[in-house]
Design a protein around this ligand. Structure first.
Ligand code: SF4
Length: 197
């Protein structure tokens, strides 16, 4: 029987740098992958939403979530991972605080869309086409996620147990945080794991 703790690693509104840092753990990541069962990690494993949804609630020991919440798809995944996980780690500045994507909160959504799809000097879009939530592509009806007015940190959407800031978090802190949270004496909930090891 496989009784290794199950973990999920997932990014929301993120650049991928936090996931790259996990990969940069190198041999330590291989050792970690032997000690735990990584069941969700879209960067490295074929991701099936249905597989995650079918897991019993709280069956994951740990969810490591990077990135901010900017749209309804991010929120849905954050809520799903929260329901399936005993412990949620907000990994990186974006998940902890909004990070670089949070700078978008300095401008209204309408201004951002106007710039990105029309006014920026590098844009070639004479018809000012913008994405629509409901559209058709190759004969298929698509529904895009709702783009929120605001960028949210993870704890503004779901309960977060631990915070690991950094952009991305330094490798030693990243490894120390994961080992600490999966160990017998995890730090007090709500901790900022700036010196975890
Ligand atoms: Fe990228 Fe930095 Fe955000 Fe991590 S915290 S997803 S490295 S921008």
């Amino acid at each position: 029987m496989n009784d290794r703790p199950k973990i999920a690693i997932y990014w929301l509104g993120a650049c991928g740098g936090c996931d790259s840092s996990l990969i940069d753990l190198g041999e330590s990541l291989l050792e970690l992958a032997e000690a735990v069962e990584i069941v969700i990690w879209p960067v490295a494993l074929d991701f099936k939403h249905d597989r995650l949804a079918a897991l019993p609630d709280k069956s994951l020991a740990l969810a490591i979530i990077s990135g901010c919440v900017r749209n309804s798809a991010h929120r849905e995944m954050a809520e799903l991972l929260r329901a399936k996980s005993c412990v949620v780690l907000a990994c990186g500045a974006c998940a902890c605080l909004g990070g670089i994507p949070g700078l978008a909160n300095l401008r209204p959504k309408g201004e951002i869309m106007a710039w990105v799809y029309g006014e920026a000097p590098t844009v070639v879009n004479p018809e000012r086409i913008r994405p629509e939530r409901n559209c058709e592509m190759n004969g298929e009806q698509l529904e895009l996620p709702e783009f929120y007015d605001h960028v949210y940190a993870l704890n503004q959407v779901v309960a977060v147990d631990y915070y690991l800031p950094g952009c991305p978090p330094p490798l030693d802190l990243l490894l120390g945080a994961i080992q600490g949270l999966l160990g017998n004496q995890p730090p007090p909930p709500g901790s900022i794991l700036a010196s975890a090891k």
